[in-house]
Design a protein around this ligand. Structure first.
Ligand code: FE2
Length: 315
């Protein structure tokens, strides 16, 4: 399949920065991954080796829903790494509102600083789930819990490294990919080539949009490093993996390799999504993550509570 030929200024800019990074004209970012096994989530710290300015992407706050217990060990590992590497955190980035783990963004921001950012589509996600959870007027649904709401094509820097934001809807309406030098953090669009792609059946999700977002990402240069938000070990693979390349995805992704037609992907994705159950932590995750990872305010007894909206099942 040929890359898109439509004018795509954001993608062109991303390609330019990737090429500069790969050819040595610009610094190549250093990426360190942390894998949280209970939620199968990869958190990344990416930094410029010269200025040591860093971004933390998709952090995890541990949570046991049966006991209502929060765990900070995964976030503390990130903090320890940032401090031991002497990094300055400029950004705490979310690729989207996660439905399978709580974000540790406010905890990390309190310890490390940095600006908290997500896509501007968060407002749509806040409206949908604000309604589901019957949030009151104190929940503004305007993205105000975040320091920055990114649009497609927005840019930022990590020291001397240029970064471009790409809007990649499909898994949710607000998903972003962050292209930082030659490293693209693609959130829940693609998984490892042997595992395929993310589900597209959450509110505002769309398999056709997901396909187009993925093909857009796969039109980046072949050596672009892709960092994924999750891994579940494909059958026959014994270790977790969350880094691959555009070339590897184009050659062998089991759902969207080169040559896979859009309709074929949509039929596969929608059929597969009909078989999937709700993620274990969807209710707590969404309630917390639509507020930028902030926990609900304590009630008058000093305890914080999460809600579960109840519905009736079929049998
Ligand atoms: Fe997700």
């Amino acid at each position: 399949m040929t890359p898109p030929t439509l004018a795509d200024a954001a993608l062109d800019r991303a390609r330019t920065h990737i090429t500069a990074s790969l050819s040595g004209q610009a610094p190549r970012p250093i990426v360190h991954g942390f894998f949280d096994e209970p939620t199968h989530t990869a958190t990344f710290v990416v930094h410029d080796p010269e200025s040591r300015e860093a971004a933390v992407i998709d952090s995890v706050l541990g949570f046991d829903p049966a006991a209502g217990t929060l765990f900070y060990a995964a976030a503390d590992r990130v903090i320890d790494y940032v401090r031991s590497e002497n990094l300055t955190v400029a950004w705490i980035l979310e690729t989207h509102v996660h439905a399978d783990h709580l974000s540790a963004a406010p905890y990390l921001q309190g310890k490390l600083g940095g600006r908290l950012a997500i896509g501007s589509g968060i407002v749509e996600v806040q409206k949908t789930f604000g309604k589901l959870f019957n949030a009151g007027t104190e929940f503004a649904r305007a993205g105000t819990e975040f320091d920055c709401l990114f649009e497609d094509g927005n840019r930022f820097t990590l020291g001397g490294i240029e970064a471009v934001v790409l809007h990649v809807p499909g898994h949710t309406p607000a998903d972003l990919a962050y292209v930082i030098g030659d490293a693209a953090f693609v959130g829940d669009t693609l998984f490892m080539p042997d595992y395929g792609t993310a589900r597209a059946d959450f509110p505002g999700g769309d398999a056709r949009l997901l396909f187009r977002s993925i093909r857009r990402l796969l039109s980046l240069p072949d050596p672009t490093r892709l960092f994924l938000c999750h891994d579940y070990k494909a059958p026959g693979r014994d270790s977790f993996a969350y880094e691959t390349t555009v070339a590897a995805q184009r050659r062998g992704n089991v759902h969207v390799r080169d040559g896979t037609a859009e309709d074929q992907f949509v039929a596969m994705r929608e059929a597969r999504d009909r078989t999937l159950t709700a993620p274990r932590l969807i209710m707590p995750s969404i309630q917390v993550n639509i507020r930028g990872g902030r926990l609900p305010e304590p009630e008058e007894n000093g305890t914080r509570y999460l809600k579960i909206p109840l519905t009736t099942g079929r049998s």
